[in-house]
Each structure stands twice: as structure tokens, then as C-alpha cells.
Design a protein around this ligand. Sequence first.
Ligand code: SF4
Length: 281
Amino acid sequence: MNIIIADKAGFCFGVKRAIRMAYEELEKANGRPVYTLGSLVHNPQVIEKLEDDKIKSIEELDDYPVGHLLIRTHGVSPSTRKRAEELGYKIVDATCPLVKKIHTIVFKLKEWGYKILVIGHSSHPEVEGIVGEVEKDCKVIDSVEDAKSLENYTKLGVVVQTTALWSKFREIAGHLPEKAQECRIFNTICHATIERQDTALKLAKETGVMIIVGGKKSSNTRRLLEICRSVNPNSHQVEYTEELQPEWFHNVEEVGVTAGASTPDHIIRKIVENIKNIGTI
Ligand code: SF4
């Protein structure tokens, strides 16, 4: 059994940067608590390691003694940030620069009088952060049906969640120009996402089984699964080695492996080792 790992798989630069910043802050904190607001990445093993190293993930600002607070790659709304500052937290902003770029775009669009449309999941923290920048001037849509049912606007400015599915974005965006006298569409899907989607799709077409490694809560990992399944029904997402099923590999010569942007290399290696063991059964 031949195992091929996708060229672009695992940690993206935004996640690497955020984890590096968390550990740098731990050194500077001088014993004060260091928190991340929400999980730093959607990967249980990484979160466990951070917690072991005393970098705690918190959901509510009021429940803990104040300390250093890392804003994760998805960013937060200005109101949440302000509240944390008022409570006395020292803010360390690890928002991915590509997410920050979206904040700048929507802020400008608002200034120029555009109705802002975000293509993405309304409950995803990144989208919540973007919406928080512009509040009432913003609408979130997630499907072609949503796009078709939009009212008509004079000026419409569109951005998309960084981890959105490229093909879905194109499909939805195709219906938007007819909804406004002037429509400006910004493709804000990040390069790391596009590269991972492209290489996963290619590999899924060429292999007998496709394994997608990553946290169940990771939006970009779920997108990779969707893409791979569209061309190879024998595609599976695994978070832990125990989830690998020997029957997936029966009569398979080539195995493809990819991983979401929040999956560390050592987890990918562990999964690959376990697949090799299955191959020898
Ligand atoms: S997936 Fe893209 S936008 Fe998100 S953290 Fe990584 S590089 Fe940044």
C-alpha cells in the first residue's frame, strides 16, 4: 500500500503564528495567567497540549482572574475586545493577518456606503468577528437560495469567510451582481485554504481511499472532507488513530492523506504510521 501525503496539508501560517505568540506570551507573563478566548485552533490534541503548558482556553471573560488574553486567528468583534480591555486583560492579538484584511475591507465598504454581505456560516467565530466590525450594515448568507432571495441594493460589497469552499463561493457570488446597481465582490478565501482544497481534490481523484486528518469542529477540515467525497466516496475524516477502519483500505493500492490547517505534523505522522500498520495486517 502506497501512502501519499498532500503537498499542502496541516498547519497554515496563521495557526503557526498564533501558537508561537501564545508561547512567547507565556514567557513574558511572569506567572500571570495566559488565556485564549475560545479554542486557539479547532484541534483537541493541540488544545490539550496548550492546557498542559498552562495556556487555558476560556469562553467567558468574567469567570477567571484577569491575565494575558490571546485573541485567536478568527479574530473577535470590537465590542468583545473592548469588554476584555475594560476588565483589565492584557490583549495579545493573534488574529490572522488575512482575517484582519477582511476587517479592513468591510470597514472601508461601510464608510463608502455599501451594504455588506458576508458569505459564510453566521455562527462561525470568524464571521461573528467580521459582522461585529460593521454590525447593522451587514448580512450573512450561506447558499445560492439565500443569494436569490436577497432584496435589491444600490451598492453591495461582498466578502467571504477565509475557509469557505471555493466552488460554493463562485456559485453564490455568480448570483449577486443582479442584486445591486453596483456590486463589488472580494475573494477573501485565504491561499492556505485554496492550496489545501486543490491538492486534496487532486489526490482524492488519484487514490483508492482518502484520509482527512483534523478536528471535527474545524471548518476547513470539514470542507476538505466535502471536496474529497465529491470525487471519492471512500473519503474519511479522522481525529484520532482509533477511528481508522481497516475495511476502508481493503483492495486499495494508493492511500491519500491530507489535513486541515489546524492539524499539527506529529498527528499526521501518527495517523500515517497507523495506516502503514493496517496495510500489513
Ligand atoms: S486558514 Fe488562512 S485565514 Fe485561517 S489562520 Fe490559516 S492562513 Fe489565516
